[in-house]
Design a protein. Structure first.
Length: 231
């Protein structure tokens, strides 16, 4: 089934918040605990395997994103990007660094590391790959492999100005607390779609406080990460 795109997700009503679900305990969010979890993963299944529906007749394409967990003294931080407004796919949205798989990429890890270096200048020498989450299928026909990694904090970013407007960090503990997960219902004449958002208020590159609206595929993959850590 085809459906119209969501042009302004902030305007879509919030149907519920998930404050009834427990947050991931703090001791589960350490670097060593995450290493152990990926070495011996629990039995679990993703809550949100994909967006549902299609917006075009594109052939499915493979892609990968890096879920970078920066090791800060105050705790792990998720490094995210704000995409530029002119891009064909997911323009202006908050995203993980990543993109389409190229023929020279050996696997999803290679794609995620290459794309992170190209988009934000994050060199692989700073990155310790922990493992992968299940494939997420987007409405734009991408089969996305989320690659979770720890990142040493002694890096300097160099943003690809064509693709990335800015990069920022959000505490992993904030994102792994469902009290901050909002459920929206988008309705149109032929049906409806639900999606999650995780609004975060932080400082932009100029030091000005503003809200970053994390939603769609990025929020869904974070929700799957929550389920993985809660299993």
């Amino acid at each position: 089934m085809t459906r119209p795109p969501i042009l302004d997700p902030r305007a879509v009503p919030v149907a519920a918040r998930d404050e009834g679900l427990p947050a991931v305990p703090a001791d589960t969010l350490s670097a060593e605990a995450l290493r152990a979890r990926f070495r011996t993963p629990p039995a679990w299944s993703p809550e949100l395997p994909g967006d549902g529906g299609v917006l075009s007749q594109r052939e499915p394409a493979s892609a990968a994103v890096l879920v970078p967990l920066v090791q800060r003294p105050e705790g792990l931080q998720v490094l995210l990007t704000q995409r530029t407004a002119h891009l064909r796919d997911h323009a202006g949205q908050v995203s993980f660094p990543g993109g389409r798989t190229e023929p020279e990429d050996a696997d999803a890890v290679a794609t995620a590391l290459r794309e992170a270096q190209e988009e934000i200048g994050l060199h692989p020498r700073h990155v310790e790959v922990l493992g992968q989450l299940p494939i997420y299928r987007t409405v734009t026909a991408f089969m996305v492999h989320p690659v979770v990694a720890l990142v040493q904090p002694d890096f300097d970013l160099a943003l690809d100005e064509f693709e990335v407007a800015e990069a920022f960090e959000v505490p992993l503990s904030f994102l792994m607390n469902p009290a901050h997960h909002q459920r929206h219902v988008f309705r149109w004449q032929e049906g409806e779609r639900q999606f999650l958002s995780m609004p975060w208020t932080g400082s932009d590159l100029a030091g000005v406080s503003r809200e970053y609206f994390i939603w769609g595929a990025t929020a869904a993959m974070l929700r799957n990460f929550y389920r993985f850590l809660s299993a």
